[in-house]
Design a protein around this ligand. Structure first.
Ligand code: SF4
Ligand code: SF4
Ligand code: FES
Length: 247
């Protein structure tokens, strides 16, 4: 096992020369995982590289498709002072990358009864007062692997615009990277979840179509169709699925 980047340059042994030749053919690159050097396929994601290097990811992986937010990772690239952020399952390795996974970001979660809150700025003031410490530096937005305008939804929260918070934070996967980097130590994703709950409870428009369909289900209108599908084999069910009317 090699050491961290600082000691990895100068003279090369014959095995290292062989390694470099492999790299020249585009097969392997060196990345530094928790300070140790590993040779990994250049087309690997960070998550794939960690596992290729022999580590088992017990905490810090879930969907492997960019949805669950479990695989928050920080990294640096050679010659670049910036700490970068990404989801390990969605970010490709790069030569000389130094990385560490952040399996959990400690955060204080507000406990509330949604029935006792209103969808306004008072709810934000009571449950997530740290939001008002925002200095509008934009670090959260730069850190977000989902490309969300995180600072904008924090500003919307300060105005009590719950609908805007819901809209702007809708694709948040709660990876925690924005709150990890925030100099004001705001817990943006948790506040965003509360705003979405408030929106769902008080502001969303009622859907008459949905209410009608739920009533039809409760009245047993589809029972015969369900029973028929439950008795079908996989092949027939697949044909039926692809032959369906879809909007
Ligand atoms: S808003 Fe924050 S927690 Fe949500 S996806 Fe972006 S960085 Fe992750
Ligand atoms: S990182 Fe924190 S202080 Fe900076 S804009 Fe985002 S919420 Fe505000
Ligand atoms: S494992 Fe779910 S987002 Fe990466």
């Amino acid at each position: 096992m090699e050491n961290a980047p600082a000691g990895a340059s100068s003279s090369l042994s014959s095995s290292q020369i062989g390694d470099r030749q492999d790299k020249a053919e585009g097969r392997l690159i060196t990345v530094y995982i928790m300070g140790k050097a590993y040779e990994v396929p250049e087309e690997a994601t960070i998550m794939g590289a960690i596992e290729y290097a022999g580590h088992q990811i017990i905490r810090g992986a879930g969907c492997r498709e960019g949805y669950c937010g479990a695989c928050a990772t920080i990294y640096r690239l050679p010659g670049d002072y910036k700490i970068r952020t990404g989801l390990a399952c969605m970010t490709m390795v790069e030569e000389g990358m130094t990385l560490a996974q952040i399996p959990s970001v400690p955060a204080e979660k507000a406990i509330y009864d949604i029935e006792k809150l209103k969808p306004n700025v008072t709810a934000i003031q009571q449950m997530y007062p740290t939001v008002f410490r925002c200095v509008a530096c934009g670090t959260c937005t730069k850190s977000c692997p989902q490309g969300l305008q995180v600072m904008d939804y924090v500003q919307a929260a300060k105005r009590g615009d719950i609908a805007a918070v819901m809209d702007l934070s809708f694709d948040c996967v709660v990876c925690g990277l924005c709150m990890l980097r925030c100099p004001a130590e705001i817990t943006q994703p948790l506040m965003g979840i509360m705003a979405k709950r408030l929106y769902g409870r008080y502001l969303r428009k009622e859907s008459h179509e949905l209410a009608e369909r739920v009533k039809a289900v409760e009245d047993g209108v589809y029972e015969a169709e369900y029973a028929e599908m439950m008795s079908m084999n996989r092949e027939d069910l697949t044909k039926r699925y692809y032959a369906r009317d879809s909007e």
